[in-house]
Design a protein around this ligand. Structure first.
Ligand code: SF4
Length: 388
């Protein structure tokens, strides 16, 4: 039974963080843990459920209907399916969820069984995001992934037999020892599984991770920046040829299969983040949850909020985020949409930033839309930072 009224505003997104993995990958600095006992996992879900219920109690009116839910991690598919079922059932109990809501779960090969997949489907999950990263076993080993190519193939078979048709696959470029031919082989192999969405990320070396230490010690060599960009453009060319749309700097989809959840992040649409280290944006304020596992659980057990609320966002900050998050979308940003939201043209606020970037050939302006040029994609971070 739904207990929260809808105020008719834009659909709300919900992110739930599941911070457990079977083993920590060599490049990972996400909020995730391996080797924890079932008791710790059970306590975590109890705390997560408390957080969801507390939010519902404190906001018992005017919460918009939810139209996207995203179980991310960590590895949500690594825990007992019962935890995902009860969490989703709770969300359905305390929020109004639209009938056509996009409900995604992240799955890592080597953790999915037929039983889990069919229980996800029955619970209402209708989209899977699978972390392949690379087709070649030698690269998966370097990354410290638990899975092999054969595990990925099995995962896809399980998903298909459970009736999942809408799924995304994550791949990585710029890996140690990776060649352009490996990237192309990965993409070609993937086409046989007909994904609706692909995310292609460049490896980022996070300080303190084993991989960063190995590279620093000269034990692993990364492709240089030119090779990494060559890989990116090869991915781009191949996927476009296959009918995919490049809609966000790292994201490609079949027409109509954009990640509706992620689009909310780039369009400053409100979303709630529940769980360890989760972030949210609600009522014009951002918040971030505690990212230490014991602290998160203890705060909730003591009846306290696990997050720190930032002050209501100033218009100036909102404008800045609207610009640099929006420019991640390859379709760009419309000046009339900016004017509608903020009452003035973005050239009024950012002409001194935009015009030089246009002159440099990094942004393109057609009289109504501002977007990254292909060259601009290679300098994404520099461009985004210019609006901060
Ligand atoms: S599966 Fe993902 S979250 Fe888990 S350790 Fe590996 S990279 Fe990190």
């Amino acid at each position: 039974m739904n207990t929260i009224k809808v105020d008719g505003a834009a659909g709300l997104g919900i992110y739930c963080h599941i911070p457990f993995c079977l083993k920590k990958c060599a490049y990972c600095d996400f909020s995730s843990f391996s080797g924890l006992s079932e008791e710790v996992i059970r306590n975590y879900f109890e705390a997560l459920h408390k957080e969801i219920k507390n939010f519902a109690k404190e906001n018992n009116s005017s919460v918009p209907a939810v139209d996207t839910i995203y179980f991310g991690g960590g590895t949500p598919s690594a825990v007992d399916a019962g935890y995902i079922e009860t969490t989703l059932a709770l969300l359905k109990e305390v929020f109004v969820i639209s009938d056509d809501a996009e409900i995604t779960i992240e799955i890592n090969p080597g953790t999915l069984t037929g039983d889990k997949a069919s229980r996800y489907k029955k619970a209402g999950i209708n989209r899977a995001s699978v972390g392949l990263q690379a087709w070649q076993d030698f690269l998966l080993k370097i990354l410290g992934r638990i899975h092999s190519q054969a595990d990925f193939i099995k995962t896809m078979e399980i998903l298909k037999s459970a009736g999942f048709e809408n799924f995304s696959v994550d791949v990585m470029v710029g890996l140690p020892g990776q060649k352009l031919a490996d990237v192309m082989e990965t993409l070609q192999a993937l086409m046989a599984f007909s994904p609706t969405h692909l995310s292609s990320y460049s490896l980022i070396l996070e300080p303190g991770t084993p991989m960063a230490n190995w590279v620093e010690a000269g034990q692993l060599d990364l492709p240089d920046e030119d090779e990494e960009r060559e890989m990116h453009w090869a991915v781009d060319g191949f996927l476009k040829e296959q009918g995919f749309k490049h809609y966000e700097i790292s994201s490609y989809c079949r027409p109509g299969y954009e990640s509706r959840h992620n689009v909310k992040y780039w369009e400053l649409v409100p979303y709630l983040g529940f769980g360890l280290g989760a972030h949210g944006f609600y009522n014009g304020r951002r918040y971030g949850n505690a990212n230490e596992l014991n602290q998160y659980c203890e705060l909730l057990n003591a009846g306290k909020a696990p997050g720190v609320l930032e002050p209501v966002m100033e218009t100036r900050d909102m404008m800045s985020e609207w610009m640099f998050l929006g420019l991640r979308k390859l379709d760009g940003i419309r000046d009339d949409a900016f004017t509608e939201r903020f009452g003035e043209s973005f050239f009024g606020q950012y002409g001194n930033v935009i015009n030089p970037l246009i002159a440099e050939g990094l942004l393109a302006w057609d009289g109504s839309v501002l977007k990254l040029t292909p060259r601009g994609q290679d300098f994404g971070n520099r461009i985004f930072m210019a609006f901060v």
